[in-house]
Design a protein around this ligand. Structure first.
Ligand code: GDP
Ligand code: MG
Length: 697
């Protein structure tokens, strides 16, 4: 290392910076003031293995906001002087509070080495710190020292010098700030990167978080750099700020702090700190966590909560779902009765009402599910679920944060793989990220839910809640096993240590729950009214054309509709696939629906609706789609089960594939997920169907 290397000592006031500084520099120091302010600036040199290192004692701060002169000075120093390394001195007898600043150095992307100071004090208070574990979880060197006696200073400087020698700066730490803020941060990051906004100075995510914190220094700097872009970012921040006010009655700054402490909380919970005496005060959240994340009670409670959620969803949504179904079937009858027979009527009734209606009919169910999930999320319980599952996830070569991806994708039921795939961005290791991207679409997203609900209603109406739990477990087991397979073959490598933010529990407000539920429900409705409508019409057209030539129209009425459907493009595709799919139990009409599902999973229900209403000769006797399927001779509970398994695992929908391609950075993984997943799903479905048949179902 050359003489110019600068190492800054940063830390909270009274963490022992000056003591360490004096211990390191001895007589080789001089004291002045930082330019323009009366904050003391101490500089000196330390000789390490014959090399001179320039050392600066930064003013003590608790954070990197801009509330005090000290903070501003420390920040300016980091920007202007760009020290090679920062030695972050933390008071080990007060670790939780001290790590708050540490996280900000790491988020800022500065090469950091932690000096775990005052271990003598900690010891005398019965506090034991596992520095190896801490180092592993934070991904930075941690050296225990006693600044007052000089103990550990040589090891510390060796670590710091090693760090200074590294050519690649470390990747900035990414902390998740909850789904609302994270979404905005991602959007902001994109703007920041596209506009090359302050990217020479700060990691894009840091800039985004600073905007959310409404940081004066960053705002004025940003306005100087690019007024328009800065204003755009400010607007984004205002929008999410309003949203937070409305939903959980808080503001972004508080939320950021909550999640940073949540991150620290998660680190400390993983055996980093142990206290001999247990008389330290416990916050309410810690007390709740003692029960809810208890090694034995925790998983049991988690299962009960999930079962409760499914029970609640299916029981209470039954009446409104039935009403919706009846409404759409009434609407279909009405239109049928008032329009002359022909293409237009067929388009409106079979294409639009049966297609889109089939999807919209499940709005109440989706809404109940979203409400339950919003309750778990807003209260902070969802983060604990991820925390508890990490131990399991490690075994399968995944990461605790993958849990969040799974949950967002529909791990509890009723999410969407697209935001789930994007959530995988917080994963540090590219291998775990790809394994997560590829397996998150196995979860039971909001589009698969109606298919399951339909099939459950038609064939297993006895135990809805239990079956939904079973399907959830199957999806998770499948995803984990596939992840393990991938991690043992195409994406081999070590697992990275896990930290998952555990923000404090809070009592959700009804208003907040209502807004969160409605937002997601509205997205679902919007999709039904746009994408699904479009695809439904296309599929209707494929099921209608080419029309059966008159010479081939069968004599009997009951065969007419069926023959026409079979003659159409879709019918031909479905029939062509039948030889392959028959061993899984799918006939050509199911195939049509499944092919449609490549575009969007919602289409499966709508295409089944269209296919069965088109094949239906006697409109008077047509009940709901569930009744139709239940009375169809080709269908049995076994067919339904095999179909559910296939739908759970086959190719992600088109949008999700695009998203995988973007996130994994290569077309290869998108293609892989389509082909691999479909093959796998097919094998599973065949296994279920054939085993069931052999067992006599
Ligand atoms: P600064 O505000 O970060 O510069 O902290 P100081 O260097 O002024 O230290 C604050 C107090 O902690 C002083 O009284 C130091 O003597 C004491 N101190 C610093 N390091 C240690 C240590 O390792 N062990 C003990 N017991 N006391 C320490
Ligand atoms: Mg000092």
């Amino acid at each position: 290392m050359d003489i110019k290397a600068t190492i800054a000592l940063g830390g909270n006031p009274n963490s022992g910076k000056t003591t360490l500084f004096n211990e390191l520099t001895g007589a080789r120091q001089h004291v002045g003031n930082y330019p323009g302010v009366t904050v003391e600036k101490k500089e000196g040199t330390y000789i390490h293995d014959g090399h001179e290192i320039h050392i600066v004692d930064l003013p003590g701060t608790y954070s990197l906001t801009a509330y005090s002169v000290e903070e501003v000075v420390a920040r300016d120093f980091l920007v202007n002087e760009k020290p090679e390394v920062i030695i972050n001195i933390v008071d080990s007898s007060n670790l939780e509070r001290n790590l708050y600043l540490t996280l900000q150095f790491l988020e800022r992307g500065i090469p950091t080495c932690i000096a775990l100071n005052m271990i003598d004090v900690a010891k005398s208070r019965g506090i034991e710190i596992n520095e190896k574990k801490l180092s592993e979880l934070l991904g930075v060197p941690v050296v225990p020292i006693i600044a007052r006696s000089g103990y550990g200073k040589h090891e510390l400087m060796t670590s710091a010098a090693d760090l200074a020698r590294q050519k690649e700066p470390p990747l900035p730490l990414k902390i998740a700030y909850g789904s609302d803020l994270d979404r905005t941060i991602l959007e902001m990051e994109k703007e920041i990167m596209d506009g090359d906004f302050l990217t020479d100075t700060y990691p894009p995510r840091w800039t985004a978080v600073k905007y959310l914190e409404n940081d004066d220094l960053m705002l004025s700097k940003g306005r100087k750099e690019n007024v328009q872009l800065s204003e755009k970012l400010e607007k984004m921040m205002d929008k999410v700020s309003e949203h937070l006010q409305e939903t959980i009655d808080t503001y972004p700054e508080a939320m950021v702090a909550d999640y940073r402490y949540g991150y620290i909380n998660s680190i400390l919970k993983q055996g980093v700190i142990s206290r001999k005496d247990d008389q330290n005060r416990l916050y309410t959240s810690d007390k709740i966590d003692r029960v809810l994340t208890n090694r034995f009670l925790g998983p049991i409670i988690m299962l009960l909560v999930l079962m409760g959620l499914y029970h609640f969803t299916f029981t209470y949504s039954e009446i409104p779902v039935n009403l919706c179904e009846r409404f759409f079937s009434w609407l279909g009858d009405m239109v049928s009765a008032n329009l002359p027979d022909g293409l237009i009527r067929s388009l409106i009734v079979s294409g639009i009402i049966d297609g889109v209606g089939g999807v919209l009919g499940f709005v109440p169910l989706i809404m109940f599910m979203f409400f339950g999930i919003a309750l778990l999320e807003d209260s902070g319980y969802l983060a604990r679920v991820a925390f508890m599952l990490d131990r399991v996830f490690m075994i399968f070569g995944l990461h605790g944060s993958s849990v969040m991806s799974y949950i967002i994708s529909g791990g509890i039921a009723g999410g969407c793989a697209v935001p789930g795939i994007m959530a995988a961005r917080t994963l540090r290791s590219p291998r775990e990220r790809i394994a997560t991207l590829l397996t998150a679409p196995f979860m039971n997203c909001g589009a698969k839910l109606p298919i399951f609900a339909l099939l459950i209603a038609a064939f297993f109406s006895e135990n809805e809640g239990m079956l939904m739990l079973l399907f959830t477990l199957i999806a998770w087991c499948g995803a984990l096993i596939v992840a393990k397979l991938l991690r043992l073959t195409v994406i081999r490598g070590e697992s990275t240590p896990f930290v998952m933010e555990l923000p404090p529990y809070r009592l959700p407000t009804f208003k907040g729950l209502a807004i969160h539920t409605w937002e997601r429900t509205w997205q679902y409705i919007k999709k039904a009214g746009t994408v699904i409508l479009g695809i439904s019409v296309i599929i209707w057209a494929m099921m209608t054309f080419p029309r059966l030539p008159d010479s081939q129209v069968p004599e009997s009425d009951s065969e007419k509709a069926m023959a026409a459907l079979k003659y159409s493009v879709a019918g031909r595709i479905g029939t062509a696939l039948e030889s392959v799919t028959r061993i899984a139990g799918f006939d050509w009409r199911t195939n049509i629906a499944l092919v449609g599902g490549f575009a969007a999973k919602e289409v499966v229900v709508s295409a089944l609706g269209t296919a069965y209403s088109m094949g239906d000769v006697d409109p008077e006797s047509s009940g709901s789609l569930a009744d139709t399927l239940a009375s169809e001779p080709g269908w049995s509970p076994l067919t339904a089960m095999s179909l559910i398994i296939f739908i759970m695992f086959y190719s992600p929908c088109f949008v999700a594939v695009i998203c995988i391609v973007k996130e994994a950075g290569s077309w290869k993984w998108g293609l892989f997920s389509m082909i691999f997943n479909t093959t796998l799903a097919y094998l599973f479905a065949v296994a279920v169907f054939q085993a069931g048949k052999a067992a006599g179902y």
